[in-house]
Design a protein around this ligand. Structure first.
Ligand code: SAM
Length: 242
């Protein structure tokens, strides 16, 4: 335990994750802006620029939730390309679809309810796969990385944006923020402290930069590298399939 919060046993984790995202779906976008002071937009912008997604590509935005990345990818791939927004959670996926349709993003977008651990896509299909703030919630990360590797075309890239291990001088402030301020913010705005406690806990337990890079290499990815954003609060990992 950490600050007195219970760990979630592994077999309960997927139920807990489902519960959390059904519960936060309706406040998700607002909470993202509040919790990160809007900075998550810059992190996502960095993913988009580094991805080099362009006209005609097939892109999978996995654990895509309300579709922040899928929205820009849909603009970039044009009518010859395809963007798939996939998420395990029907409430999040429905929010994403509603939002993108309202923004007029139609024609090159598909919505698929899928578990990242067993993706339902053909092998060698996508030019790019992105997963932003999703890997942390997945119980079997190795299986998920393997499944992403299969679905990528040779020459394709995986980009994983995720909370990571911040520089040590930041640790105390960060712990206070995530275990004290975050649940209170969650309670105030969404009437739900528990989901935001889960969030803090899942961030603390997520593999650090070097560990995740090694996991990607074990799943078969080559030339794995990563970029620390805001002193490692978040890291963007990239790997290639050859
Ligand atoms: N990518 C979006 C973003 O950056 O705003 C949403 C991130 S949200 C924090 C995490 C998402 O991961 C949720 O929508 C959740 O339903 C999804 N998720 C959790 N476990 C998953 C799994 N096993 N397979 C696919 N999606 C999953």
């Amino acid at each position: 335990t950490h600050f007195g919060f219970q760990e979630v046993p592994i077999e309960e984790k997927s139920h807990k994750v489902a519960e959390v995202f059904h519960s936060v779906a309706s406040h998700y976008d607002l909470m993202n802006d509040l919790m990160s002071l809007g900075i998550h937009r810059l992190w996502k912008r960095f993913v988009i620029e580094l991805s080099g997604v362009r006209s005609g590509m097939r892109v999978l935005d996995l654990a895509g939730g309300t579709g922040d990345l899928a929205k820009t990818f849909s603009e970039r791939v044009g009518n010859k390309g395809q963007v798939v927004l996939a998420d395990i959670n029907s409430s999040m996926l429905e929010k994403g679809r509603e939002r993108l349709v309202n923004l007029g993003k139609v024609g090159n977008l598909n919505y698929v309810q899928a578990n990242a651990e067993h993706l339902p896509f053909p092998a060698d299909y996508f030019d790019r796969i992105t997963i932003a703030f999703g890997l942390r919630n997945i119980t079997q990360k190795e299986a998920a990385l393997h499944s992403m590797y299969q679905a990528l075309k040779p020459g394709g890239q995986l980009l994983v944006l995720e909370f990571s291990k911040p520089a040590s001088w930041l640790t105390s402030a960060y712990d206070i923020y995530s275990f004290w301020i975050l649940p209170r913010l969650g309670k105030l705005v969404a009437g739900d402290a528990d989901s935001y406690r889960y969030l803090a806990e899942s961030i603390r337990r997520h593999p650090d930069q070097e560990t995740l890079s090694a996991m990607m290499r074990s799943a078969g990815f080559d030339y794995c590298d990563f970029y620390n954003l805001n002193h490692g609060i978040v890291a963007l990992h990239r790997g290639y399939k050859y």
